[in-house]
Structure formats: C-alpha cells, structure tokens
Design a protein. Structure first.
Length: 324
C-alpha cells in the first residue's frame, strides 16, 4: 500500500551532489576511500577523501534504481580534498562510482532500514503530488530531487520526483534549502545552526531560530524570541556565527509612532506590543512571562529599495529600511 508523507516542500534542487569547496586535508574518512555516513547523521550519503587538493575533476555517481537515472556530479579541478556523495536508496544495494582523474573507485553499499530521529521508519517510497512552479526547469543530467523536512520527525529528507527516498539529515529541522556560497545549505527552522548536506555546521546561531532566516551580503538574519516575547526579534550574525546586532519589533513599532502628537496611540501600543524595551512586560501572578504578540514568520529583502519585509502572524507585514 502506498504511504503518504506529511511534508513541507523547501526547495527544488536538480543537483543534490553539490557541496562546498573544502580545502582542508581530509579529516573525515580514510584518504583515497569512500566513507559511508561520515557524520553519522546522513546514512544515505558518503564522502570521498583525498590527501591533497584535486588537480583533475572528480566525478561521483550513484547508480539509479527502480528505473531512475544515475545521480551524477563533477567537482572541478582545485575543488578541495573532500567530495560529498548523495543520493543512495535505503533497503537496497547501491553502487557508488568515483572517477578521480581517470582512476575509478567503485563501492557497493546497502544502507538497510533507515529510521527517523523519533525511531519511526523512513519509507523507501512515498506517494508524491507535485505542483510545478513556473521557474522549474528540467535538466538532462540528473533526476529531480525535492528537499523537504518532515512533520513530526523534523528531519531533512530528499525524495525523487518518482517518490523514492534518496537523502536524509537526521535531527535537523530546516526552514528551506538555498544555494549559499556555491553549496546547498539548510537554514534552520528551529535550531541553532545552518548546515550543509553532510551535516557540517556552516554558521552557528547564538540563540535558537524560528521559522525563517535569510542572508544579506555576508551576514545571516534569523527570527527568534526576545527575553519576554515569542518570535519578536531579528538577530544578525556574520558568516562565522558571531553576533552583530538585533532588532526587536516592540521598540521598532513604538519608535514609528508619534505618541507625543497622538496620545491615543499610546494605549493602543501597550495593547499590542510586549517586552522589556517598551516598558510593557507581560506578568501573571507577579511572574514575568513571554507572550506571543508578534509571531514573525518570514523575511524578504529587496536589495533595490533596501527594504526588509517581515511577515507577522498577528501584526501584518512590516517594511523596514534595512541599512537604517
């Protein structure tokens, strides 16, 4: 019987094997070998490691099963020393082929039954319903892979357009998958780091994120809680995860009002905004508590106008002049 998977589609990716240039010497796995699941979080992925930066292209292939095409990706000369391999199937023997400048390495591997982080079984096949977006384009070299996160397991999963499972990153709740500095990166839905597809940390957050994150220049912006409010601030970090600044929506709204001129706005403001910065802290039986008064859900930045748009579940959409 076909089983349906409760999912939220994150992004449409046609090449799942792309990962960031890594110029370090091989620190994970045995040099010259294919290591299965190098971080113990991606059991359908592998890593090929060299002892020096590749001087010739390295092509990695996972042979297709169930009538699907092979999944192929070529890393250019000078890429680095570690070459991620994604796209194996669970519960069947997979063939991985690495062409390292003409030297061929082949390895067979059956991942067996794969379990989600909550110990439920990751099915090898799920019923798919795909609504194609206008910008979707078919590429001849690779099958289409859809990256998504599961509910309620909160693991990142990749499924082919035919419904076959090809990827899982355990214990990571992603909001979306993006191309970040030439690699596919997951931005955290509820967590404290952005991750690449092998489970390496790209940028660690100083606080827990919620719902959305974006990148402006070299900085990451993510939505999070303040001390007294739920999802009512933006935290900004640099590419290394160092804290830069934050913006709380309570004082932002207050500063946008002319309470001196419009006295009636002060009472309205105190009914809709909470937090220590606005002198309006929610208390219950004398205990300070956070309140879900804003609930920011998404961020969009328009570079042409320098406007940052924030969607709030309870307060509409706010437009902010970003560089101010």
């Amino acid at each position: 019987m076909k089983k349906a998977l409760t999912i939220i589609i994150l992004s449409f990716i046609t090449v799942i094997s792309c990962n960031k240039n890594n110029n370090s010497t091989g620190s994970v796995g045995k040099v010259g070998e294919i290591t299965i699941d190098p971080t113990q979080t991606t059991p359908l992925s592998a890593l090929y490691t060299k002892d020096s930066v590749n001087t010739a292209p390295v092509t990695v292939t996972v042979k297709g099963q169930y009538g699907e095409e092979d999944l192929v990706h070529t890393y250019p000369a000078g890429y680095g020393t570690e070459f991620p391999i994604h796209g194996m199937y669970p519960e069947i023997e997979n063939t991985i082929i690495v062409n390292d400048g003409g030297m061929i390495k082949e390895q067979k591997h059956n991942p067996g039954v794969i379990y989600f982080s909550d110990n439920t079984v990751l099915n090898k096949y799920y019923e798919m319903e795909i609504n194609k977006l206008q910008e979707d384009t078919d590429y001849k070299n690779n099958p289409s892979i859809y990256l998504l996160y599961t509910v309620p397991q909160n693991d990142a999963v990749g499924i082919s357009k035919n419904g076959y499972t090809r990827y899982i990153l355990k214990q990571y709740s992603a909001s979306k998958a993006v191309i970040d500095n030439n690699e596919i990166v997951f931005y955290a839905h509820k967590g404290q780091a952005n991750m690449n597809m092998l489970g390496y940390t790209i940028a660690k957050y100083p606080s827990e994120s919620h719902h959305d994150a974006i990148k402006i220049g070299d900085n990451y912006l993510y939505l999070s809680n303040s001390e007294y409010g739920v999802q009512d601030r933006i935290t900004i970090i640099d590419k290394n995860g160092n804290y830069i600044k934050e913006l709380k929506f309570g004082p932002l709204i207050k500063n946008a009002l002319d309470i001196n001129k419009y006295k009636e706005d002060e009472n309205t403001f105190k009914e809709i905004a909470y937090g220590e910065d606005v002198d309006n802290i929610y208390t219950e039986n004398g205990i300070q508590k956070s309140v879900d008064w804003f609930h920011a859900n998404s961020l969009v930045y328009d570079s042409s106008s320098d406007i940052l748009y924030v969607s709030s579940r309870t307060r509409g959409v706010i437009a902010i002049k970003y560089n101010e």
